[in-house]
Design a protein around this ligand. Structure first.
Ligand code: SAH
Length: 320
């Protein structure tokens, strides 16, 4: 294969030696060129041939093509399952540039109209549409270029459910695409969090590209940081989380639904068709009910609101 025109994303994790093989087997499913297992070696004395340290770096290279976001999702999903057996660190995604890096990269991105009002425009292009609201995105290393069905579902649902003039919480903001869209659609303030530093950086950069300032607050973290009230917005009429189903279920069990106000809307996406039942039942166990389910390809987005149960409403009013 001629790799000269290709661009790669290196995915790497540092794990203990025991897990390295299993990890390599998982990554090999997605990496056409194989997987590298690197380990540091210490030399105890001149005769010592080198003793591998227990920590091992496993890395694989994903080729950047139009399926890169789908591949990245699948890798994260596969690693999540592996992480159930033994806790894993979050993977790092790093671009590997070659001489045609920018050209190869740009080739894959075109403006995309989403929903009724939005158009996602790669940073180096002008919007071809003067009516739609442009969301300018530099597709860096963070997820959220607008090409993935889960992002598009969220944008469509955002258009439909965003209350005029409210706050929004975006958990797993990635490139910041949903946060930026929310502000351009009329949100007053958006609180964006992500556990990945690359995403935080990308989100801030994309915000600048869209002339967004202090109305977008971006913080490294997750549900915990919001619940610990370490950020200015801890409850909102609209909360978005486009993450993996497994993570959404964990977050629901940890109180995700409580971030929405009494008349608030919770939009969850990143869910595969076969995972819908699990997410819905976890959400229902928290007292919210499903108001809409939207699907694109294999991916589903779900919208929840508090059940209109007067007693429960009263009860919630008292404790909140
Ligand atoms: N909101 C963007 C990006 C979604 S990709 C969009 O809709 O396109 C999911 C993002 O969630 C990634 O950036 C990932 O780093 C982040 N993420 C994964 N697990 C998380 C967690 N537990 N808490 C917060 N963010 C998380």
């Amino acid at each position: 294969m001629d790799t000269n025109n290709l661009t790669w994303i290196e995915i790497s994790l540092t794990v203990d030696g025991e897990l390295a093989e299993a990890m390599a087997a998982v990554l090999a499913r997605f990496a056409p060129n194989g997987v590298v297992i690197e380990s540091d070696v210490i030399f105890v004395n001149a005769d010592n041939p080198g003793t591998p340290l227990d920590e091992v770096r496993v890395c694989a290279y994903l080729s950047v093509d139009e399926k890169i976001e789908e591949t990245r999702r699948k890798v994260e999903e596969a690693l999540w399952y592996l992480g159930r057996i033994q806790p894993l660190p979050a993977p790092t995604f790093t671009p590997i540039a070659d001489q045609n890096w920018m050209e190869a990269w740009k080739k894959h991105y075109k403006p995309i109209s989403v929903g009724e009002k939005l158009i996602i425009v790669p940073a180096w292009l002008e919007s071809p549409d003067v009516v739609r609201i442009p969301i300018c995105i530099n597709p860096g290393m963070a997820f959220g270029t607008g090409t993935h069905p889960t992002t598009q579902i969220c944008l469509e649902l955002l258009e439909k459910y965003l209350p005029v003039g409210g706050d929004v919480i975006d958990i797993g903001c990635g490139s910041g695409i949903l946060s930026i869209a929310a502000l351009k659609l009329g949100a007053v303030r958006v609180m964006a969090v992500d556990i990945d530093e690359t995403a935080i950086e990308a989100c801030r950069e994309n915000a600048k590209l869209n002339n967004i300032g202090e109305e977008l607050i971006v913080i490294a973290g997750s549900l915990n940081e919001i619940q610990a009230k370490r950020i200015p917005v801890i409850k909102a009429p609209l909360v978005l989380a486009n993450i993996l189903a497994s993570t959404l279920i964990e977050m629901l069990q940890a109180g995700l639904a409580d971030l929405i106000t009494l008349d608030g809307v919770l939009i969850l996406s990143g869910i595969l068709e076969e995972q819908v039942v699990g997410v819905i039942s976890s959400a229902q166990a928290c007292g919210v009910s499903l108001v809409e389910q939207r699907q694109k390809d294999d991916w589903v987005g779900l919208v929840f609101k508090w059940k209109l149960d007067p007693e429960k409403t009263l009860w919630r009013k008292i404790i909140h």
